[in-house]
Design a protein around this ligand. Sequence first.
Ligand code: FAD
Length: 309
Amino acid sequence: IGALPAPAGLPAPKLSFEFFPPKTEALEQQLWACIRRLAPLGPRFVSVTYGAGGSTQARTHAIVSRILRETALTPASHLTCVGASRAEVDRVARDYWDMGVRHLVALRGDPPPGAERYEPHPEGYAYAADLVEGLRRIAPFEISVAAYPETHPTALSGDHDVDNLKRKIDAGATRAITQYFFDTEVYLRFLDRCAAAGITVPIVPGIFPVNSINQVRKFSAMCGASVPDWMGHLFDGLENDPETRRMVSAVVAAEQVRLLQANGVDEFHFYTLNRPDLVYAIAHILGARPSAPEEASAPASPNGVAEER
Ligand code: FAD
């Protein structure tokens, strides 16, 4: 890391954090401990995922509503269009607007388990670009969309996928958040391709601190992200050594974000998996500092939880 600039010489990074709606009371407490721990870092927004096929709709709504009521954070609700009619999706979006949500992460969503391929709902928005267009008609939301540095797994080609991102931006999205990646070169080349396609909105890297290499391999096989060999080697032999694993995870993520920062990236979206410690440390390394004295809060349980999406 010797060649990388000292974060002290760089402006504070712009941060956002993604949470998922937990299924149990214990996990809900873990989520709130996580939110309390990360809130003083002053994220521009915190986003809450929407379970596959809208399965967490009520829980996503409840978490976002509590964020609005009990914190000074700006929530962004994820919203998918798979398996729902336009009228249903529009109603959810209107509800969000009425309760004070001004930022949505608009997504198509994945086909339900067991379905071989994605089939749009007969009366629904077919793709995320159509959803963005629909949301624009409902209210002046700030809209973020998904981007795939390694190409969405079912895209016809990388170029088609970048064209699709351009359609989402042209429909009214103002930011893209990327699927996670571990090879910085891949992301930087993706930025070049997007710039060449005329995409000018921020394309914020999604950072996924690795808690378990096996879990990451599983997610990656589904979402088309690749796990470089060097990363697999770093975790070799640590299956039963969670402490060392966490230290290695911290180093891997810290190197990744510092390399991005050295290449001019100053916005980062963290997939927190509702666990704050690694994310807090990495944000600290990037130069983020709490804006006010931190309130005393119990550290979140280190028990593993699976991401909803
Ligand atoms: P789209 O942009 O619609 O693209 C989907 C695929 O269709 C791509 O391959 C694209 O190239 C192709 N395509 C688009 N338009 C056309 C067309 N007209 N004809 C043919 N092909 C087309 N999932 C959840 O269920 N809940 C979440 O909360 C959630 N949050 C996410 C957050 C981020 C930051 C990311 C990166 C992903 C998230 N996902 C979530 C996963 C996402 O729903 C899946 O990756 C899904 O498969 C694609 O969603 P999309 O919005 O990128 O779809």
